[in-house]
Design a protein around this ligand. Structure first.
Ligand code: ZN
Length: 456
């Protein structure tokens, strides 16, 4: 397999990726609504699409990856009211925290990270087009998309219209022509953020935001639209309806050719929810674990499947990283030779990261003095796509648990040991080695002196 194959949620099948324009691969993934700390589900989405962007950059010379920030939303308004802070202060704070958390997970910044509030003029123009085309109507300061007017509705989620519920973010109200109609614009009260529009002071609906931010930044149709599985309906279905209606098409591919959705994260087998009080925030997780360990753990399940987060998962991830860095830390065999075929093939095959990790484990197991250099090359190649294995190996190997010895103390003991050895006091030198060993520190004597690493 030399080409990228993807599972497309629109056609419900795995397909060979055929770019619309091979000179510019265009990808849009729905980003977070910023009113709180990012949780592990947000992290999975960001890591999955960052990894896809890396894979496309490996195959194509020019990739434009856009992932937005939703900085206007009812949840944001509620949170700002509760905390008595201005909305833009709240959204700026959590956008910065989100970007910092993602950077700690080695998620590269998207090429473009549009913020919804910066596109309101374009959103108003977009809604005007839909009204002109009789696909949307104004009522009491609201503008609704009239779902029965759009023939292609339901193609992504495979739902008949009468099965559909009103959009989860929309209050069912009597002012709508049909119960499935969804809001494109809603009026704002004096204490809510609002923009002037032909329909009075108000604000855009969520689905409209992504239609406009993707079209302005990528032009339609673009190659890939993605997001978490929970966005497939109604968010993505409603994006398709509007964007296709605006160009008189009922073919979703004329908005985005392929649709990719990543699975949920569960916590110890349970759905993550406020009521179960089991939401894991990255901000907390990053205090306990290295971002690379978290990233690799989140890539250990196939992106389309749900991933269960538990202590064992993070332990396994750390063990694999230790093994990889251990191998990369050897001075023999500089990275060279053929890249392991199974790694490349599994990456290209709908980003099958669990199989890539199996191959990596296998390579390490089969290591011998004659193949170390090609294994190193394979690991480093896998690392550039997966966004891992890019630290200085000796730095990684020095990582120790917070409860263990401090670095300064270890280095001082190594110095003392060297002095004892030079005085031929081997018993004293061994005693230092043993005491460090008892504290999880392994000493490695080489011609250049003594280095150390944390034992696993
Ligand atoms: Zn979106």
């Amino acid at each position: 397999m030399n080409e990228i194959h993807l599972y497309d949620s629109l056609s419900n099948q795995k397909k060979k990726f055929e770019p619309i324009d091979p000179n510019n691969i265009r990808i849009y993934a729905c980003g977070p609504t910023v009113y709180n700390y990012a949780h592990i589900g947000n992290a999975r989405m960001a890591i999955v699409f960052d990894t896809f962007a890396r894979l496309f950059r490996y195959k194509y010379s020019n990739v434009t990856y856009v992932s937005n920030i939703t900085d206007i939303d009812d949840k944001i308004i509620d949170a700002a009211n509760e905390l008595h802070v201005p909305i833009n202060e709240l959204t700026k704070k959590y956008t910065d925290i989100y970007n910092e958390d993602m950077s700690n997970l080695n998620v590269l910044p998207p090429d473009i990270q549009p913020k919804a509030t910066e596109y309101v003029d374009e959103m108003i123009k977009f809604i005007e087009i839909l009204i002109e085309k009789d696909k949307a109507y104004e009522k009491n300061g609201h503008v609704f998309f009239h779902v029965p007017s759009y023939q292609g509705y339901g193609k992504l989620s495979n739902r008949e219209i009468d099965q559909q519920l009103a959009g989860s973010r929309v209050q069912v109200s009597e002012i709508k022509k049909s119960k499935e109609d969804f809001v494109l614009w809603k009026p704002s009260t004096k204490d809510q953020p609002g923009w002037e529009s032909p329909w009075g002071i108000g604000r855009p609906g969520w689905h409209t935001e992504c239609c406009v931010m993707s079209e302005v930044n990528l032009k339609i149709p673009f190659d890939i639209h993605g997001g978490g599985q929970d966005l497939l309906f109604p968010h993505h279905e409603n994006e398709i309806a509007q964007s296709c209606a605006s160009i008189n098409s009922d073919n979703p591919e004329e908005y985005a050719k392929y649709w990719i959705h990543n699975g949920f994260v569960t916590i110890n087998g349970e759905k993550m929810s406020k009521s179960l009080n089991n939401i894991i925030l990255l901000n907390d997780l990053l205090k306990e674990h290295d971002g690379e360990t978290i990233r690799l753990a989140l890539l250990s399940s196939h992106y389309r499947k749900s991933l269960d987060w538990n202590d064992n998962l993070i332990k396994q991830s750390k063990v694999l990283l230790d093994k990889v860095y251990d191998l990369l830390d050897t001075s023999d065999g500089n990275p060279d030779g053929e890249i392991d075929k199974s790694i490349t093939e599994n990456l290209l095959n709908d980003l099958d990261t669990p199989k890539v990790l199996t191959s990596i484990n296998q390579l390490i197991k089969n290591k011998s003095s004659s193949n170390t250099s090609s294994i190193k090359r394979s690991l480093m190649f896998a690392g550039t796509i997966l966004g891992v294995f890019n630290k200085n190996p000796s730095e990684w190997n020095k990582q120790i648990a917070k409860t263990d010895f401090e670095v300064e103390k270890i280095e001082k003991l190594i110095e003392e040991r060297a002095i004892l050895k030079s005085k031929r006091d081997f018993e004293g030198a061994d005693a230092i080695r043993d005491s460090l060993s008892a504290n999880g520190i392994e000493l490695v004597d080489t011609e250049d002196g003594t280095s150390w690493k944390s034992k696993k």
